[in-house]
Design a protein around this ligand. Sequence first.
Ligand code: GAF
Length: 373
Amino acid sequence: MTVWRAPGRINLVGEHTDYNDGFVLPFALEVGCTAVVDTAPAGSDGWTVRSAQQPEPVVVRRSGLSSAPDVPEWSRYVLGALWLLTDRGVDVPALDIVVDSDVPTGAGLSSSAALVCSVARALDDHLDLGLDDDALFALTRDVENDAVGAPTGGMDQLVSLRGEAGHALFCDMRSHETRSVPLDLAAHGLTVLVTDTRAPHKHSDGEYGARRRGCEEAARLLGVPALRDVAAGDLDDALRRLDDDELRRYVRHVVTEDERVLSVVRLLDEGRLPEIGPALTASHVSMRDDFRITVPEVDTAVDALHEAGALGARMTGGGFGGCVIGLLPDESVGAAGDAVRAAFADAGFGEPSLFTAAPAPGARAVSPGTRGN
Ligand code: GAF
């Protein structure tokens, strides 16, 4: 019986560009989820899902998505793959599935992608489905979009499946072609310090969907398939053609964010990692002022990191809370952490959680008992 493990992620740069067919540059984390799929004991005819983080198992009859029962949301990320495979004509037998995750939930580190991707890899292996990279990605994205109903853009699943240690993953979210780009922090004496602000994710689901609908509406008004198709050189013209100030701000964020991803990829390809800081910071300013998805806690962390010597800092993930990353010289990490904690205390925010992160491998088979690397 094989244990499969898939990681959470941090997005280095490229936020809310994935569902605009644009570019993203995430990396996989060491924290992740393990999944084991086994044939159910003789006599049981359903699907049983157990999570080490949940008090009760979920047991359902075998069925397709059209008759998906009312089950706890966490289990939809697991059962969703079974429902979709059944809808696609796979005769999925009775199974026992066990998952165990060490990705913090609600922190914007893609605990859901880690769960979906570990289960999909384990199912592919156990049922001998022979899914290739593209089919695995499509299945995991469809679970989140169709079985869970979250209108997300696919970046999280792509990097959880394909991430590589020591590298960020440059993803073209139109073609879903990916390329590993070196992100050797240690060689440059740099650290990515992560602040989990623990800010409550108020309205994040509704606001995410509203941003996505706004971007799609702007693309329709501009007569392009997606905002990816607005060239940076045509941005001013595109902005002049839109009456709605909110849509103009969305377009400016997405078009400039795609450019920032491309500029960071160029610098990393040339071995100029210490120079990416300004693009990270510009990304944060764009999310704060144009896309308007930051909250006071993340802005406070970003400001404190800069004052403590960060080369660049930004919120990472979907927004409205979650985590902030700071790119710091190794020797500034301790003081930067103290600065963030002090700024939170001064502002009356709850205590943040701080940890460092480096690029780890994507989904893979691991030895039984593995948690972390
Ligand atoms: C969330 C979504 F799941 C991703 O698809 C992406 O849109 C991200 O927010 C914002 O860049 O993580």
